[in-house]
Design a protein around this ligand. Sequence first.
Ligand code: AMP
Length: 549
Amino acid sequence: MQDYGNSPVPGQMMRRPLLITSLLHHADRHCGAREIVSRCDDGSLHRYTWSGCHSRAKAMAGALSKLGVCMGDRVATLAWNGHRHLELYYAISGIGAVIHTINPRLHAEQLAFMINDADDAYLFFDRSFAAIVQAIAQHCPGVKGFVLLGDEAELAGLDGIPRLMAYEALLQAQDGDFAWPVFDEDAACGLCYTSGTTGLPKGVLYSHRSTILHAYASVAPDALGLSSRDVIMPVVPMFHVNAWGLPYAAALVGAKLVLPGPAMDGASLFELCEREGVTFSAGVPTIWLGLVNHLREKKLVFSTLARTVIGGSACPPALMDSLGEEHGIEVIHAFGMTEISPIATVCRLQPEHQSLPPREQDAIRRTQGRVLYGVDMKIVDDEGKEQPWDGISRGHLMVRGQWVVEAYFRQALGEALQDGWFPTGDVATIRPDGFMHIADRSKDLIKSGGEWIGSIDLENIAMAHPGVQQAACIGVFHPKWEERPVLVVVRRPGAEVGKAELLEHFVGKVARWWTPDDVLFVDSLPLGPTGKILKNRLREQFRDALTQP
Ligand code: AMP
């Protein structure tokens, strides 16, 4: 045995690398019969089990190896939440290559930029994204092959895509059992680009180790609280930070998984939830707003859905209340980022909160919650000085941890950090009990007369008005105050609420100088590729709102 001299004696436990394939192996071996149900492009449902998924993922891993995909190579996907995409999650990472999940809602130039920047060796795509692939294929000369997620017959009519193959044909050409290779847990497994609302998108490269640790932490009772008894339906797309890690977490706990495919409208999601007995879901607020409106209109109530995680942007309290009161669904508010794999904080009440009056408990539920073990956070002022956790002092939110980015793709390690912490670009307060509240993206804060106004609080008040479907608050140039808040509102169908009534609704809820200077009514708000409101677009559109008559 090695002599460690005066240094501590090392532990003597097995050293088995934390590899993503171990999740699938576990799900197959111990919960192999549990179902995975996916909605296909044509609306039909595909059913198989974790065992079925494992054997097809192994066959795909063999096919990828035959295509010449090696350790570290990037392989891109343009796909909805479906069973073939899930197989690729495991097959690509399982051979030591890197799955690059691409958001199909980006512009063609951005897509081509990302594919070339990542140097993707192959691109796998759903039939519904064929037109995108036809448009970008010639601008991506480095891609050795384009693989349709379907069978050979479906290739008919896909003109203009060179080096085209069918997924099922690749699988059929495989024989024999593929043995997963074992390698270093620090190897890269996945690549996601930030949405690039300002500047070019930046790549975030996850490792096997960071992904497994994130999965372990996310299933814990005070986090998402997942178990084998859950039926998990990620509405958040598998191209938005790995569907918040749910394809890994579901395998870890051996839960039934329901993948909604391209049908993301309220009626289809509700129908799938009810038919498959979904107990747990996750998505950005805009998806839930659409769903709740549909349910209200059709007078429908969920019967099995018990919990849903809402994150990606602040969950409006009105939405939380309606899911809770009308459907008995517990909303779990969570905060994360592409750079944090994505989950950093989750809001679950603590024992000391149980005796608080309901209004105070509600106020806590509206925060973004406490950090998971594995992540630490702090808030700092402009000079980097740490701010107190008093629930009042605001600061720039900084995080660090085992699944937090250290450098963007192709940058030197440490490059994304400040003194070892990752600056999130958000401004937050932290309560003495460690519950964090996002006041705003720092870029969205409104500077009025030298003081800051948080746009999220104003939006939440507006959204609590029964006539408001969606609201965004932006800072607009003002000759005296520098900026003043202006509210941009989409009315609920049939509602006739006007400016005066809406401004009256703010009285007593915020300081008078926080009240918006104007209310502009629009038919819809511009949404980014992950379903978040594009405030920079609104700021451009309405920049003269307070200076022009
Ligand atoms: P993305 O990397 O595209 O997921 O965006 C991350 C950003 O989304 C964060 O920096 C926050 O500004 C915002 N965000 C995520 N979750 C929340 C939340 N629960 N409340 C408020 N903002 C959020």
